[in-house]
Design a protein around this ligand. Structure first.
Ligand SMILES: [Zn+2]
Length: 126
């Protein structure tokens, strides 16, 4: 293993990352909870004149919900990997993903090589 090329997350960095993930998770859960309460109180006072704008906010609600659900899924997945000790491993080639890359993109599941290969195949740049 070449330490200058490839750096693994230290135990401390992994713990910090885990805490950050747990914090993000609780933020999303709190936000969606508040948002639901806001939505139901808005629905309670809404009259027919507000029906149109209510439709728009319902659409925004669905959009937020989808995005938060995707984020929650990614967080849960990363937390699960931390728990079973596979966090930081490329899902495609099982190589260790560079720690700097993980700190920038904690939800990444692929090493740079596999990511580039996938992007060249799909044409998607995320
Ligand atoms: Zn890989």
């Amino acid at each position: 293993m070449n330490a200058t090329e490839l750096t693994e997350l230290t135990e401390t960095e992994l713990q910090n990352l885990k805490e950050s993930l747990l914090f993000q998770k609780s933020t999303i859960l709190n936000k969606s909870h508040e948002f639901k309460e806001e939505q139901s109180s808005m629905a309670a006072v809404a009259d027919e004149a507000e029906a149109a704008s209510q439709d728009i906010s319902n659409n925004i609600s669905i959009h937020l919900h989808e995005r938060d659900r995707t984020a929650l899924y990614a967080i849960e997945r990363a937390l699960g990997k931390i728990a079973d000790g596979t966090y930081g491993q490329c899902e495609s080639c099982s190589e260790i993903i560079n720690a700097r890359r993980l700190q920038v993109r904690p939800f990444t599941a692929l090493c740079i090589d596999c990511m580039e290969e996938q992007e060249s195949q799909t044409g998607l740049f995320q």
